[in-house]
Design a protein around this ligand. Structure first.
Ligand code: DX5
Ligand code: ZN
Length: 221
């Protein structure tokens, strides 16, 4: 099995009536992290889940919980998400006027500090804080919904961030999120990404969750 890449199924595309079983199926299929999309109906148009769901996921798996905060003023809720069992807390650069402080706070809570940016946000916004982060997430769709089409212009952003991380000697994960399927994944992999979030490609795979995880794993081989 190709372990050079990490697969992070996004439960936004799961069947919430079967959340425990579907997380277990991801784990059994060799998924590496569970990605949890938190949306507030303000920063993004959709409204999804909060610390309560993170806490439920924590009881369902030992896999790292990769929490993607698509919310305004995320600093107000960081402690709640950490307490609920989040392992990684990723904030949007667009929502954090004091990004350096926010990332420090995430670390002080004992979580891995992640930062992400929308497709229209330039990578230069990240340069000053790159030495500080454990994870960079590049959005390859406009955040808000599962099942959207991949935006190919984001490939160049991954390549640019890969170059900057390598120049720093940073071991940070470079994760991509949105529209990841068997033919988009290798393009992001070639650009330097090593963690792949996938909603529909895992939970809506016609042959089931295990086949979905496996197809992505093979695509990244
Ligand atoms: C979009 C979310 C994604 C989404 C990915 O705002 O951040 O994590 O669930 O779903 P797919 O893989 O279906 O594009
Ligand atoms: Zn996400």
């Amino acid at each position: 099995m190709n372990r050079n890449i990490l697969i992070a199924p996004s439960i936004l595309a799961s069947d919430f009536l079967q959340l425990r079983e579907q997380i277990a199926a991801c784990e059994a299929a060799g998924a590496d992290w569970i990605h949890i999309d938190v949306m507030d109906g303000h920063f993004v148009p959709n409204l999804t889940m909060g610390p309560f769901i993170v806490e439920a996921c924590r009881r369902a798996t030992n896999l790292p919980l990769d929490v993607h905060l698509m919310i305004e003023q995320p600093e107000r809720l960081l402690a709640d998400f950490a307490r609920a069992g989040a392992d990684h807390l990723t904030v949007h650069v667009e929502t954090c006027p004091h990004l350096h402080r926010t990332l420090q706070e995430i670390k002080s809570l004992g979580c891995k500090a992640g930062v992400t940016l929308n497709p229209a946000t330039p990578t230069a916004m990240l340069e000053p804080i790159l030495p500080l982060v454990d994870l960079v997430l590049v959005m390859s769709v406009n955040p808000g919904f599962s099942g959207q089409a991949f935006i190919p212009e984001t490939i160049a952003k991954v390549a640019a961030i890969r170059q900057s991380l390598d120049a720093l000697g940073s071991p940070a994960w470079l994760e991509v999120d949105g529209g990841m399927v068997a033919d988009t994944l290798p393009r992001m992999r070639a650009a330097g990404a090593n963690v792949f979030v996938a909603g529909n490609a895992v939970f809506k795979h016609p042959q089931g969750i295990a086949a979905g995880v496996q197809a992505l794993r093979e695509a990244g081989a």
